[in-house]
Ligand binder design. Sequence first.
Ligand code: NAP
Length: 490
Amino acid sequence: MPEKQPRIIVLGAGMAGILAGIRLQHMDYRDVTLYEKADRVGGTWRENTYPGLTCDVPSHFYTYSFERNPDWTRHLPPGPEIQAYFERTAQKYGINALTRFGEECTEAAYRDGRWHLQFASGHRDSADILIAATGVLHHPKYPDIPGAGTFQGALFHSARWDHSVPLEGRRIGIIGNGSTGVQIVSALAGKAALLEHYQRTPQWIMPVENGHFTEAERAAFHDPAVLAQAMNVEEYMASVEAYTQSITDIDSEASQAMAQACRDNLEHSVVDPVLREQLRPDHLPLCKRLVFSPDYYQAIQHPQSRLVSTGIQQIEAAGIRTVDGELHELDVIVFATGFHADAFMRPMAITGRDGVSLADFWHDRPKAYLAVTMPGFPNLFMLNGPNGPVGNFSLIDIAEHQWAYIERLMARLDAGDCTEVEPSLAAMEAFEAERVEAAKRTVWYRGGCVSWYLDAEGIPSSWPWNFQRFVDSMAEPDWAAFGLSPPRAM
Ligand code: NAP
């Protein structure tokens, strides 16, 4: 640590921002502030409160590696327990005291070797190092269905759930069958008088167990050795590796096995052959983000549930009219229609060196060297930025690997080896060209579907290689890409 402490600002106090705050304190950085636009920590888990909210990563892996949680009640962590975990962890590590809540950053500009920030409140601040921990899926995407404003019932997006609206005994329409829509339908089946699930494109559903841990199990998990044995990290990491192999090599055994599990699930779980065919996708499993569900097929076969696979023409005062002319009368409509996945730090206006705007740098698509840094934006580090691994595994783990990489970059600033850390344009361009070529070999590109993984040009935006390559890339920076020679051995 140099004598003069660098001023460090972290934007966002969700999972990644809390991680940054904890690690920065651990490293003895003492001039650190987190800014959070909301009134409490939690990010996506604060904003999403829909019925059935669950993370499809096994509970014990959905934590920071240094702060396991023996108290999860279920095999897959329920949303409210995840939010409570982050609030508890933030409290324990003093993150709330470092955070200015209710402050939304609108502009960040790099001038004279520092980042200058402007907030919606009028507040200003500046920093030597800026960490963007602003999340991935946080700007709700509303569908362009005509007539939404005319609906007389309650209508809201899944990420803006209106808990004042009663659901028991009501007629509810859920539009969208990604992970969110499937979880909502599974939670509301049998509770609503009528539950209509509007499906534009069928999804493959991967079966998964989601039992409760017994009290005795939870008590035993307080012994770290018992928890470690129950977690079986090696087996889990092998499954993550198999998952990423399935994405990157559609002919691989792993890919075939996952696809077969989805197909078997459909064949064995759905009784009515007409419904089964309505639910059968025409794209390859894994093309869209795989939906894991222990009970969706049961839920959609409930007597009060109905799958609507006819297209939506418009929303009217009384409900949804489908293109076959039928009016579906409803009391509640939920848009489970996803997010603007390409927003990242936007709409914040970010300006790098020499007045180059992020909007210009991202004119074709969001991109970053190894998902963490960008040329022309010195000393700006991203957690869960563009092109990082996103899938059916823990983003907390991804952020921890990225953080370890950022720590190594920051160490060079502390050591006085440089005053600015940024990759060269050549390194960025070489990485991006290789990434785009690899992306075209993935199931996201070749699987015959569209999804939020694709950018405006139809190129998958997520990490297109296997997990091990990501781990290796984060383990030690390629110093030449940053114009630096390797650090002297300590
Ligand atoms: P999503 O996967 O983007 O799904 C959006 C759904 O809305 C799709 O079914 C889409 O249909 C449909 N849709 C969009 N516009 C429509 C329109 N105009 N008319 C009819 N249907 C329309 O969104 P999401 O389900 O909120 O999930 C987003 C991501 O959040 C997930 O992929 C995952 O990464 C994360 N998530 C994770 C979990 C978890 O358990 N870990 C849970 C929830 C969400 P098409 O398929 O035809 O486009």
